[in-house]
Design a protein around this ligand. Structure first.
Ligand code: COA
Length: 342
């Protein structure tokens, strides 16, 4: 007899209101709207305002997901993020307290853009062992706080935002049950996506860090190649574990890294373009927030519907990657994406 499974019970998404368009970037960097659109598919992204941190975004998305689930309670809060409010302690306990969930187990997951898939697998495991019964799982990023304002490549790609999912204990055969997750890593390529300073490696070397080393750095061209290969391979494994063919996938919810990357993954898998979910044009690459933000927005818009066989896939720094399958449940998503000009 199999134990309980984690079942999706509600979703939420929250974007900071400040919109930064490609033309806004082109006004101060050597780039153009057409370069960014053609190479990435991104038209605009959101940015936090002064003083706003990842925890603030996480609280807003978490509140909406709890409301959508029909209950304010959760015994566990997991926050996937690359941009915690501070290096120590984790951001999740404070988010839990601000949501009235003091006493809940709470921890952060650090796997850059794969963070949500890693956190989903961890949460599903906690439910399967009976350690947790209701998990609030949040992906949130104030990514702009680690970007070099003079680096046109990363400034064009990354955006801020948060998405959240409530998981409840249910039965493995129910719609919304999270199946076996596929996870992997390759630390031999940890240098392709990194913030060089601020950790024990730099601190123990003595002397102050070069201020430039506190910014996020990425080798875009190499990352691109790994992202396509790793996400496609992980997705194949998740499909095999679920016993689905690519043809049976109704919706592909891939990490919104770059529209060309998700197009290439869909093509290699053999998933028709119209089944590929996308919001990157409006939000950019929101790292650990990307997949839950996409799932919440598409559910709220009615494009992700009850019964849809949904394939999740992500890739990120580490390097890390992951994939999972879910038959989409009848579920509510609340989204607040109100915008204001920069
Ligand atoms: N505007 C104008 N030119 C830009 C630019 C921008 N915003 N960003 C980079 N360029 C330039 C580069 O400097 C380079 O110039 P050079 O030839 O004079 O050196 C040129 O464009 C081509 O760069 P390249 O890296 O080969 O372009 P690309 O087609 O690979 O696109 C990325 C660059 C970053 C968009 C692409 O590599 C990418 O998306 N990588 C993956 C990023 C990602 O998803 N990261 C997160 C993973 S989770």
């Amino acid at each position: 007899m199999s134990g309980p499974a984690a079942v999706i019970a509600g979703l939420g998404a929250w974007l900071p209101p400040r919109v930064v368009t490609n033309d806004d970037l082109a006004a101060r960097l050597d780039t153009t709207d057409s370069w960014i659109r053609e190479r990435t598919g991104i038209r605009e992204r959101r940015r936090v305002g002064a003083g706003m941190a990842t925890g603030d975004l996480a609280v807003e998305a978490g509140r909406l997901a709890l409301k959508a689930s029909g209950s304010d309670s959760a015994d566990t809060v997991v926050l996937a993020t690359t941009t915690p409010d501070r290096p120590c302690p984790a951001t999740a306990p404070e988010v839990a307290a601000r949501l009235g969930l003091s006493g809940a187990a709470a921890f952060d997951v650090s796997a850059v853009c794969t963070g949500f898939l890693y956190a989903l697998a961890a949460a599903a495991g906690l439910v399967a062992t009976g350690t947790a019964e209701r998990v609030l799982l949040i992906g949130a990023e104030a990514y702009s706080t680690i970007l070099d304002p003079d680096d046109r490549t990363t400034a064009a790609i990354f955006g801020d935002g948060a998405g959240a999912v409530v998981l409840r204990a249910g039965r493995p055969e129910e719609p919304g049950a999270v199946g076996r997750c596929v996870l992997g890593s390759d630390g031999d390529h940890s240098d392709l996506i990194r913030i060089p300073a601020g950790g024990s490696r730099q601190r123990s070397a003595g002397g102050p860090a070069d201020p430039q080393d506190h910014y996020f750095r990425m080798d875009g061209r190499k990352v691109y190649r790994h992202a396509v290969e790793r996400m496609t391979a992980a997705a194949h494994q998740a499909l095999a574990a679920a016993g689905w063919t690519a043809d049976e996938v109704d919706r592909l919810a891939a990490h919104q890294a770059n529209a060309r990357i998700t197009d290439a993954v869909a093509e290699r898998l053999g998933v028709p373009p119209q089944r590929r979910l996308a919001n990157i044009g409006r939000v950019g690459n929101t790292a650990a927030a990307s997949v839950p933000l996409l799932l919440a927005e598409e559910t709220a818009a009615g494009r992700l519907r009850e019964g849809d066989r949904t394939l999740l896939a992500a890739f990120g720094g580490g390097l890390t990657w992951g994939a999972a399958t879910v038959v989409w449940p009848r579920v509510t998503a609340y989204v607040n994406t109100e915008a204001e000009a920069a």
